[in-house]
Design a protein. Structure first.
Length: 559
């Protein structure tokens, strides 16, 4: 008899059937990963498993009996932490323990609370409140709270997707340890194929909705424990990873209709005010900036330092950062959380002052923000009440004030079509998914015709299919426009896919460049080509080895 079973489950919201004919059988102690994507109904499915909502058809069975409503037998952890901000770590966990084990003595409840706070490594922070914790620590509290209720089933709905790579890796290890030691049955929803391969006994794709159904399951027959670096050499891991990825790419190809790339809209030949060609010839002659002595130094970081004043004295975050970037080159910055990646990007954007040294773009020193640099953050800062077209137009009107109204509109529409939003030009930002909002952010950045595109974890909060799709869009536009780009990422595969060079940063404080890897893979690149190329796993090994070396804070020595 199955421990947990879904039989012909369906769920409808209004006229939209979100889930259709969902069947799944999970054995006791099994670890199952569901790869869910935007619009696939993954959170709806997890809420049905947890008893928070009822299916419109079919049934959920626990040990062969109807599951009923929510209860302590199912511990649920969402991507957002949902902690009580006025309670400490200990008190947040104790709240669940006191509710479920109200008949136990105060001493027993205290011991149970302390046990699970220790289990997730937060004994040293038990008296801190959520505002004093990092994202990873807050997620540990949520896991401790769920485990402290002693559930038969642990339901994890993308609990790690918003965390940096190192924190995510550590929590993955803790989740596997808890599953093994506590003998729990675990269902994990994730958008990360590698996370599923490292943790699960079985992987089941939940195909994109509406009317989402399960795809074919993949049995993960890999020895445990699974080390990220070791599996990189395992032929079985590589073969299974390639099969799952190919299946997901095929699903995406079937889902796509004929792409509207804006072929009917031509990009006007207007010049932005940031271009040297915009300045009259006489003015250019009188104010010509010094030509670069080396054409490979289109962007130059020379001995850049960033120091913050703190109550305990000066804190050097970035130290001696030196990097030259060629015109048209794409460079990825990778490293553990707190290594100064985003700080380096912010200084290049002119959003943070340089404490020492300097940064130049096309021969001019960067001292403030400007439209010659397009910036895309992890969470795009759109004006919620404006449409996609209006959000992009705000920047276009600034850099093309001399162009006609129709020309500016064509610039806006061209890039919105290029990122796949031709059917959502007039949709307000507040009505868009995360993926759509990030597409608007990319269109807005490219529409400025920037000399330099700065990307700070631009796809970190998106599901796998949306992330892969936008990576393809980004590579296509970079290739067409020959725009120079710097991309901060914690994703090893993304760093390799996008970049001509990957810059690896040592741990902070006093972070600096530890190593630079040339990505000698042909362009244009696709994810399928990446997995099949003989040098791909060697590049992956080099990055994983560097990150592993600095995982325990060993990286503050000079590069």
């Amino acid at each position: 008899m199955s421990h947990l079973e879904l039989r012909n489950v369906s769920k409808r919201y209004g006229d939209t059937e979100v889930l259709a004919d969902i069947n799944l059988s999970i054995e006791e102690g099994e670890f199952v990963a569901l790869i869910g994507f935007s619009g696939s109904g993954k959170t709806t499915l997890m809420s049905i498993l947890a008893g928070l909502i009822e299916p419109d058809g079919g049934e959920v069975l626990l040990r062969g009996k109807p599951a009923g409503g929510p209860g302590p037998d199912r511990g649920l952890v969402f991507q957002s932490y949902s902690l009580m901000p006025w309670l400490t770590v200990y008190e947040n966990v104790a709240l669940a323990v006191d509710t479920v084990f109200d008949r136990d003595s105060k001493q027993l409840r205290r011991e149970r609370t302390q046990k699970y706070v220790r289990m997730v490594g937060l004994a040293h922070a038990s008296d801190r409140r959520p505002a004093e914790l990092s994202g990873g620590m807050r997620q540990r509290v949520a896991v401790a709270r769920a485990l402290a209720m002693n559930p038969e089933f642990l339901l994890l709905d993308e609990p790690l997707s918003a965390l940096d790579a190192l924190t995510r890796a550590r929590l993955q290890n803790e989740i596997e340890s808890i599953w093994r030691d506590e003998k729990k049955t675990v269902v994990l929803v994730t958008n990360d194929v590698d996370e599923a391969l490292l943790l699960a006994d079985r992987i089941v794709p939940l195909n994109p909705g509406p009317r989402a159904t399960f795809g074919p399951e993949f049995r993960v027959d890999l020895a445990r424990p699974r080390n990220r670096k070791d599996v990189n050499h395992d032929p079985k891991y590589r073969e299974l990873r390639a099969r799952i990825t190919q299946y997901l790419l095929d699903v995406e190809a079937e889902k796509l209709v004929a792409a509207d790339t804006g072929a009917g809209i031509k990009l006007p030949t207007v010049v932005p005010i940031t271009s040297d060609d915009f300045v009259p010839k006489a003015v250019r002659a009188a104010n010509r900036h010094k030509p670069l002595a080396n054409p490979d130094k289109y962007v130059e970081f020379y001995n850049v330092h960033k120091v913050y004043a703190t109550p305990r004295g000066p804190l050097t975050v970035v130290e001696g950062f030196n990097l030259d970037i060629r015109r048209g080159e794409c460079v990825s910055l990778i490293g553990h959380s707190g290594c100064g990646k985003s700080t380096a990007l912010a200084m290049c954007a002119g959003l943070a002052d340089v404490s020492d040294g300097g940064i130049t773009l096309d021969g001019r020193e960067i001292t403030t923000a400007g439209p010659d640099r397009g910036v895309v953050f992890q969470a795009p800062t759109l004006l919620e009440w404006l449409t996609a077209r209006q959000n992009v137009a705000l920047g276009v009107e600034r850099v093309y004030p001399h162009a006609g109204k129709a020309e500016r509109r064509d610039v806006v529409d061209y890039y919105l079509h290029r990122v796949g939003l031709g059917d959502a030009l007039d949709r307000p930002a507040r009505d868009m998914s995360n993926g759509m909002r990030q597409r608007v952010g990319l269109a807005r950045a490219f529409a400025l015709s920037p000399k330099l595109l700065l990307l700070d974890e631009p796809f970190g909060m998106l599901d796998a299919l949306t992330r892969w799709d936008l990576q393809e869009v980004l590579m296509d536009i970079l290739e067409r426009t020959k725009t120079t780009a710097i991309c901060v990422t914690h994703d090893v595969d993304e760093a390799i896919l996008l970049a001509d060079r990957v810059v690896m940063m040592t741990n902070g404080p006093r972070a600096r460049i530890g190593k630079v890897m040339q990505v000698d893979l042909p362009r244009p690149r696709t994810r399928k080509m990446l997995l099949e190329h003989p040098r791909y796993y060697a590049h992956r090994e080099e990055l994983l080895s560097f990150l592993e070396e600095y995982e325990h804070g060993s990286g503050n020595r000079a590069a």
